[in-house]
Design a protein around this ligand. Structure first.
Ligand code: CAA
Length: 240
């Protein structure tokens, strides 16, 4: 598919796998990242995918950054809202900052990236928005009141926007990954990670490439009848 795509948080973890898979599928891809220059440079050297640094938590930075990407690559057809952070803490210890940072990136970031692109997608009568939510937005998770609330919010956003985009040829879908072998999950204390793996019927963590293949499908021209859906990819850990 010769479409132009941007992946937020696209230089590491699930996002990097998505960017590479979209490129392999024939897209012209840009990867956004927020802070880790070293990882971004390595990713760019290995894949040839151009990288752009800005925070999705900052609306004006999104407008500026997307303007640069579109000036270089042309109008964006596919937006993958993948960027996400954790600030895990039991609620009695959670600070306002931990709540706010997660909301700003994981929920407001999805608005900040989608809003500036929406009008162009409407005018061109084509768009694919894929939001990477989480199993923990579906089931909740101890020490993740902030993260689970934001990820559940992403699902509501997806369902509403799908209804608005449908007549304009824009599909909006969400993917809820379970526990995937990325830096984010590896940061969970080992003992707790082992307990989590024990709850996954397939008996292992997921691979980033397994989520990337879901994105390629939802972003394809062939997936035009699928909108407002939530694709659950969690090894059977939570069945919805
Ligand atoms: N259910 C019930 N109780 C739990 C629990 C759980 N899942 N996890 C921990 N607890 C209990 C502990 O047993 C402990 O109890 P006691 O005080 O009686 O011993 C208490 O909660 C934890 O208290 P601490 O003071 O030790 O907590 P802490 O301030 O050190 O925080 C933590 C520890 C941050 C909660 C840590 O346990 C942790 O990181 N947990 C993992 C949370 C998690 O799964 N995050 C997902 C990250 S990956 C991701 O988000 C990607 C994705 O989309 C899937």
């Amino acid at each position: 598919m010769s479409r132009t795509a941007i992946v937020t948080g696209g230089t590491r973890g699930i996002g990097a796998a998505i960017a590479v898979a979209l490129k392999q599928a024939g897209c012209n891809v840009a990867a956004n990242y927020a802070g880790n220059d070293e990882a971004a440079e390595r990713f760019n050297a290995e894949t040839g995918i151009p990288v752009y640094r800005w925070s999705v938590a900052d609306y004006d930075a999104c407008v500026d950054g997307l303007g640069k990407v579109e000036a270089n690559l042309g109008p964006i057809d596919i937006l993958v809202n993948n960027a996400g952070i954790t600030r895990d803490a039991p609620f009695h210890k959670m600070t306002r900052e931990q709540w706010q940072e997660v909301m700003d990136t994981n929920l407001n970031g999805v608005f900040n990236m989608t809003h500036p692109l929406w009008q162009g997608m409407r005018e061109r009568k084509f768009g694919r928005v894929v939001n990477i939510s989480s199993i923990n937005g579906q089931k909740g998770q101890f020490a993740q009141a902030n993260y689970s609330a934001a990820k559940a919010g992403d699902l509501g956003f997806t369902k509403s926007l799908a209804q608005e985009g449908a007549r304009a040829g824009i599909t909006v879908n969400a993917i809820c990954p379970g526990y995937i072998a990325t830096d984010m999950v590896m940061a969970v204390p080992e003992k707790i990670r082992e307990q989590i793996i024990a709850q996954i019927p397939v008996g292992r963590l997921g691979e980033a490439a397994e989520i990337a293949r879901c994105v390629v499908f939802l972003a394809s021209d062939d997936a035009g009848f699928i909108t407002g859906s939530t694709l659950t990819a969690n090894g059977g850990q939570f069945v919805v």
